[in-house]
Design a protein. Structure first.
Length: 175
């Protein structure tokens, strides 16, 4: 009985704290996570479960080629808009590798996203999928999606953008 009362009191205090804030809080990022967000940081290790089948890891990125890594949500309307922009600027992607990552829990929405955006057979979008590891947690700044990170030919972070940035400001990083 005493443990039941203690549990109820704990749940009540958690509920009060949540109601006072009005939104959930996230744990502070670790030093390791923050290190990957700094300029010149390497691309964190990842294992991308590709929507077309198979997997891709950070070790399969082509050396000496820049990378555009986009964190997105398949139900995000703004992410759909960015896909349209990427298709429009596809000729600029002569050397830049595109990797698009969604959280693994969004796997069920990927097929509809790919169908809706019409990118299934487009070679630019061959590296799209979900990731179970820590990549998103290492990089995501908890701002507006999509988040686009540009890495130079040595796979070191050059710049990060959030969905607040107009796509025209991103195209200067595509090579």
């Amino acid at each position: 009985m005493r443990s039941t009362i203690t549990l109820l009191a704990l749940l009540f205090s958690i509920n009060i704290a949540f109601a006072q804030e009005g939104k959930p809080t996230f744990p502070a990022p670790t030093k390791e996570q923050l290190a990957f967000r700094k300029k010149s940081a390497p691309i964190p290790p990842f294992l991308l479960q590709k929507s077309s089948g198979g997997v891709m890891t950070h070790t399969q990125l082509k050396p000496e080629k820049p990378v555009m890594l986009m964190i997105f949500h398949p139900l995000c309307d703004h992410c759909n808009y960015v896909i349209d922009s990427l298709k429009k600027y596809q000729p600029l992607f002569k050397n830049t590798q595109l990797v698009m990552v969604a959280e693994d829990r969004n796997k069920e929405y990927m097929k509809a996203f790919i169908d809706k955006t019409g990118i299934k057979d487009n070679v630019l979008f061959k590296n799209i999928g979900t990731e179970k590891g820590n990549l998103i947690y290492y990089l995501y700044t908890y701002e507006v999606l999509p988040q686009v990170n540009f890495y130079d030919k040595n796979h070191k972070l050059v710049h990060s953008f959030t969905g607040k940035a107009p796509f025209d400001s991103l195209k200067m990083f595509i090579k």
